[in-house]
Design a protein around this ligand. Structure first.
Ligand code: ADP
Ligand code: SF4
Length: 683
């Protein structure tokens, strides 16, 4: 091991237990929920195998009054839940890691729709789910006693399940304990409201209950958001956030500190750099003698060591870095830094979780496939008979397929028409603040360079004849897609008059030099609803151009709510002076500018005069080569965006899946292992 990184591998005593190193997988939502325990265990066991010293169980409801209806979280409601948790713990322990569990009551964030119990909070107020038609019930003293008893019982069950660490949860604006602390939500006038000491009372009591219940069997961690971003009556790191740490400094065995809300805690690479939470959390270690863990999208061992050495943190916490690379700690220990598959900070993982499906990752296509498909992030089964494979296109799909098949032992050739590798990620990473997207290419190119059986050729446009000449056993066509400039989009199936004559596409702008040639004012017509239109808008506005972001949807950039970027994008547009036009459907483009009508009523809107139109609508697969191959009778697979355009994650996943299908290890009927509910005997 490189001695520089030795501090990361020193054991750390946490109350009655000892973590083997300084790497902790945070309790993050992995989309599996209590209904998919096998998949969830597969996720956790893989991180334990990869060298993480602590592996965390995601948020676990302590009882039915914390009703997260429809969201994929865990439950530890009663003794019958203990057995499943115990199996998860055993799988983690098998690799020498500690297992932690985040026990939670989500208070005013609960949904109150599945279990039928009222949403509860410190005061009778709106819930923190204004989209749900429920008010919060102000907890009376009997409710508070019941909650404390319930939390204590959950701690007892956590001990029974064998956990090493149980979390008391007071973070993310999603915890009853946080709601009692908050001067905004707590409007009580009894001993649990009003003064700081009173608002702190329930958290202190629950922590002390938990410590007593855990005894010498289990450590108690406190997950606490030391800082809330923006707005009045907030808990701030230089105000009440610090006061909480001072008041409870030596009560928990471990402080797990972060910032709130979730969109600030899980900042994307577009808005936050690695280690971005330090300015808020650095004070904690000066206040407490207890060990401190924190997060910050850490992927670089130098940054991690620096945090330890400078006394910012004792332990490096991670969700996304462990999703993107479950083997990150082992790779650092073995000095294989170039093998680290760095998180790109895109939050696709968060996005799919918000949709209630298992977590996906742009960098790691094996995420959530550990159990149900048996995919390992580091190993591919060896090919029975090494064959020759020709892959056409060097974007995310082509590079991932090449790497997977190369690792299996096939002789791989990748032919790329252009002068650079990476396809769409080469283009997209040129947008201001999206440089980290280039890691999708960089990781794969480097790994391919390490194989002795992969030949890579740039400036090699392929046609049916050159493909036939290669006589490869397998041909994978990863020719990608292109943006249309006709105005056809996700909500509009027809071309818009005037568009095709003049509109630029993101491809035009992102080819080398493209962004420099634009003149303002610019209208970006967004019928894509993800990051492309607003990322371009920000980039062009930073270059001093007047920019209008126009969309037929009621909410601009809708899917960015899933990546938690939506509020930050709106703030960025505001800061850069980008004009925003939701609910505005394009009627036609003319020399005078863009003609618009309200989407809801069809009523005409004022024209936007502009010099340049950028159309961000549909992408069409590049199928010319595939059609020629079909005509020539050459068998091939379409992969990635050439099969169906989607996010970068989809292209990487497609490249990986098709490669495994070529290897013959995937089920021919496409039906993978599933979790099956138990049907009880009706008697
Ligand atoms: P994906 O996201 O599916 O990987 P991309 O659009 O990122 O797709 O990449 C596709 C790549 O394929 C581009 O770099 C493009 O230059 C390359 N390509 C397209 N057609 C050909 C061809 N006929 N021969 C070689 N390379 C091609
Ligand atoms: Fe990182 Fe994106 Fe993977 Fe999430 S989906 S872990 S943000 S690379």
């Amino acid at each position: 091991m490189d001695p520089r990184f030795a501090p990361l591998f020193e054991p750390l005593k946490i109350g009655p237990v000892t973590a083997p190193n300084r790497f902790a997988v945070m309790p993050y939502a992995n989309g599996h929920s209590y209904l998919m325990p096998n998949g969830a265990m597969g996720v956790r066991a893989m991180r334990a195998e990869g060298g993480w010293g602590i592996v965390g169980m995601q948020l676990s409801e302590i009882d039915p009054t914390s009703d997260l209806a429809g969201l994929p979280y865990e439950r530890l409601w009663d003794n019958e839940d203990v057995a499943v948790h115990a199996q998860s713990v055993a799988r983690i322990h098998a690799h020498g890691a500690l297992a932690s569990i985040e026990l939670a009551h989500t208070g005013l964030r609960s949904r109150g729709i599945s279990t039928g119990y009222p949403v509860m909070g410190p005061s009778s107020a709106s819930t923190l789910r204004p989209e749900m038609p429920f008010m919060g019930k102000a907890m009376d003293l009997a409710d508070i006693r019941a909650f404390r008893a319930s939390h204590r019982a959950a701690v007892r069950r956590a001990v029974q399940a064998g956990y090493d660490i149980a979390y008391v949860y007071a973070a993310h604006d999603a915890s009853l304990l946080w709601h009692f602390l908050s001067p905004a939500y707590n409007q009580r006038s009894d001993g649990y409201g009003g003064s700081f000491e009173n608002r702190l009372r329930l958290l202190r009591e629950v922590l002390e209950d938990a410590k007593e219940e855990a005894g010498s069997n289990m450590a108690i961690a406190l997950r606490f958001a030391v800082h809330e971003a923006g707005g009045p009556r907030k808990i701030l790191f230089d105000g009440e956030g610090r006061a909480v740490v001072e008041a409870l400094s030596d009560v928990p065995d471990l402080w797990d500190v972060n910032i709130s809300g979730w969109s600030r805690d899980s900042g994307t690479s577009r808005y936050d750099t690695e280690g971005f939470q330090e300015e808020f959390t650095a004070f904690v270690k000066q206040v407490t003698q207890r060990p401190v863990v924190g997060v910050g999208r850490f992927t670089s061992p130098d940054t991690m060591v620096s945090q330890l050495k400078r006394g910012v943190l004792d332990m490096i916490g991670s969700a996304r870095a462990s999703i993107a690379d479950p083997f990150l700690p082992n790779k650092i220990r073995e000095g294989r830094l170039d093998d680290i598959r760095e998180c790109i900070g895109c939050n696709v993982c968060v996005g799919v979780e918000m949709d209630g499906v298992v977590v996906r990752c742009t960098q790691n296509p094996t995420m959530s496939e550990e159990w149900r498909r048996g995919w390992h992030p580091e190993h591919v089964p060896a090919a029975n008979t090494p064959a020759s494979v020709l892959i056409i296109g060097g974007g995310p799909a082509g590079l991932e397929a090449a790497l997977t098949l190369g690792r299996a032992g096939h002789a791989v050739t990748v032919a790329e028409a252009g002068e650079e590798w990476g396809g769409r990620v080469a283009r997209e990473s040129r947008i201001s603040n999206l440089a980290a997207y280039g890691r999708v290419r960089d990781y794969r190119l480097y790994q391919l360079g390490q194989l002795g059986n992969a030949d890579l050729y740039l400036q090699s446009p392929m046609d049916a004849k050159s493909v036939a000449d290669m006589q490869a056993d397998h041909v994978l066509v990863a020719t990608g897609s292109h943006w249309l400039n006709t105005g056809r989009g996700r909500t509009n199936f027809d071309a818009i008059p005037g568009f095709a004559d003049v509109a630029f596409t993101p491809d035009d702008l992102l080819n080398p030099g493209g962004l420099r040639d634009i003149t303002g004012p610019v209208v970006i017509y967004d019928d894509d609803h993800y990051y492309m239109a607003n990322a371009l808008a920000a980039d062009l506005a930073q270059r001093g151009l007047e920019v209008h972001w126009v969309s037929p949807a009621a909410a601009l950039g809708g899917w960015t709510a899933n990546t938690l970027e939506y509020p930050r994008i709106l703030a960025e547009m505001n800061r850069l002076g980008v004009h925003m036009h939701p609910n505005s459907t394009a009627q036609a483009w003319s020399s005078a500018g863009l003609q618009l009508a309200r989407t809801d009523s069809g009523e005409a809107l004022p024209e936007i005069p502009a010099a340049t139109l950028v159309c961000v609508g549909l992408r069409a697969p590049n199928l010319v080569l595939s059609a020629a191959l079909t005509q020539a009778g050459i068998n091939h697979r379409l992969i990635g965006d050439a099969e169906a355009p989607g996010p970068i994650q989809g292209a990487v996943y497609s490249g990986h899946r098709h490669a495994r299908e070529v290897l013959g290890t995937e089920p021919e009927d496409r039906i993978f292992k599933r979790e099956r509910p138990v049907v009880f005997d009706p008697r």
